[in-house]
Design a protein around this ligand. Structure first.
Ligand SMILES: *Cc1c(COP(=O)(O)O)cnc(C)c1O
Length: 469
């Protein structure tokens, strides 16, 4: 063994302790570290010929890189839909690395069994019936991609084709139909060779992002091919939900695969107040839900559920001779895009076991209540305009005076540089807008008051500068 490795093996305790200290310091500063920042490109260094040991490397990292991280796991990062990591989730995540199990294995380690257990928890959390088979993927983008892949395989079967075996040659393109799909659905179509420009957009209800069921039915009536319908359960701009129950009912009249993108909206199921939004979810053939957003576990964790385990095997079966019998559960080799993958269910298992449904319901309800309260402040203010009612945890608003995309971007850059709160820009039905997505387990009403004060302060400071220059 190389001397440095030999030494580090002896020093494993010190190495882990130093890592803990850095993480602890991060937690202690989470109220003051900037939730957003602009980082310049770094100057790339040459690969070291001689290494330096883990402890030296930790020191180097601490000095050179750690000071420039973004506090996106903290309570006042409202960009995208992000979330942080609960203490239990972090404990689980660290052990994932220490144990380094391949969760794609079969019965030669407990890892895939714990994944099965975690999926079982999630099915109960989201009210999914027992027929669903679930597995972990890296994120909702890949989960959407797997859902579309299964949908396409199913469409093939309706036409007497096995796309996984024969390819999609010589057949008419498989149609994907949706009202307000997430950008990752289009990306998945591009990756799968389905062509993102071929998506068929169905009208939304007036002033909504939810699908107009009648428009969907009109389309389904007009086509005699089997199609894939992507329903959206929680749009990123306004957390609008398609009516899953009504879409589900259409399945008895028309031939389509129903994929539901519930990346973060799926968490509506945790709260009595919002659970009706997920009603009808059990009509879905495939479902996408992220864990690294609203569950508050570290990145690299989403679930993919399907009622068609057999189809999933058909597509993802790995025929290498050394792999076991694919009918035997839980050999995820044969069901997921990867052949090797980290034990990514473990942080979710930790947080669900540690806080239970109640603990996570409290996060969902508190985040949504604070979003509502920010929405009220915005609605009453002279400077900002609320663009849609606050339905759950996202506030979509804009500046009353100027609403060019450049103006929004420059305003948000000024907010980011102020360093107390972070938002991302968006386009809502053509209007340049600001989104505040509240999904962190630590965010409190105090953070929301501060966020609103910062919005006003920065806007007025900017106005002053514009007037004097
Ligand atoms: C975030 C999100 C995605 C993509 O998820 P990743 O985890 O970033 O891959 C897809 N759909 C919806 C509705 C989302 O909010």
């Amino acid at each position: 063994m190389h001397q440095l490795l030999e030494n580090d093996k002896q020093q494993i305790s010190d190495i882990l302790q130093s890592t803990v200290k850095i993480a602890e310091a991060y937690f202690q500063q989470q109220d003051v570290l900037p939730p957003g920042r602009f980082v310049n490109d770094i100057v790339l260094e040459d690969l070291p010929l001689q290494g330096e040991s883990a402890l030296q490397t930790i020191q180097y990292f601490k000095q050179h890189y750690a000071p420039y991280i973004t506090n996106s796991a903290g309570p006042r990062y409202f960009g995208f839909v992000t979330g942080g990591s609960t203490p239990a989730a972090i404990a689980g995540d660290w052990l994932v690395s220490a144990f380094d199990q391949n969760a794609c294995g079969s019965n030669d380690t407990i890892a895939p069994q714990v994944e099965r257990q975690t999926i079982h928890y999630f099915k109960q959390l989201f009210g999914l019936d027992n027929a669903y088979f679930g597995s972990f993927v890296t994120g909702a983008t890949v989960s959407n991609q797997v859902g579309l892949t299964l949908g396409r395989q199913w469409v093939g079967e309706q036409l007497g084709k096995d796309f996984s075996g024969e390819g999609v040659y010589g057949v008419a393109p498989v149609k994907v139909v949706s009202a307000t799909p997430h950008s990752s659905v289009l990306k998945s179509m591009a990756v799968l060779g389905m062509g993102k420009n071929t998506l068929i957009k169905i009208d939304t209800l007036p002033d909504r992002e939810a699908i107009d069921i009648h428009a969907l039915e009109t389309y389904l009536k007009s086509t005699n091919e089997p199609v894939i319908v992507v329903a959206n359960a929680g749009t990123v701009n306004t957390v609008d939900f398609d009516d899953l129950e009504e879409i589900g009912k259409l399945k008895s009249k028309y031939t389509f695969w129903l994929h539901v993108d519930a990346a973060f909206g799926g968490f509506a199921a945790l709260s009595e107040k919002y659970a009706h939004l997920m009603q009808g979810i059990n009509h879905a053939d495939s479902i996408t839900i992220d864990a690294h957003k609203w569950l508050n576990v570290p990145y690299d964790a989403a679930m993919q559920f399907t009622r068609h385990k057999r189809l999933q095997l058909k597509v993802f079966q790995n025929s290498a001779a050394y792999l076991g019998d694919p009918e035997q559960s839980p050999d995820y080799f044969h069901y997921t895009p990867e052949n090797s993958r980290r034990w990514r269910a473990l942080p979710s298992w930790f947080t669900l076991k540690a806080y239970g449904k109640e603990g996570h319901r409290e996060i969902v309800e508190r985040n949504s209540a604070t979003a509502y309260s920010l929405g009220q402040k915005i609605e009453r203010s002279e400077d900002f305009k609320l663009l849609a009612p606050v339905r759950m945890n996202v506030v979509c608003f804009t500046l009353k005076e100027t609403t060019t995309f450049d103006a929004i971007r420059s305003f948000l850059n000024a907010i980011r540089d102020d360093g107390r709160v972070f938002f991302t820009p968006t386009l809502y039905k053509g209007t340049p807008a600001i989104r505040a997505a509240i999904s962190n387990w630590q965010t409190s009403e105090t953070d929301i008051q501060l966020a609103f004060d910062v919005l006003k302060e920065v806007l007025h400071a900017k106005k002053k500068i514009t007037v004097t220059t």
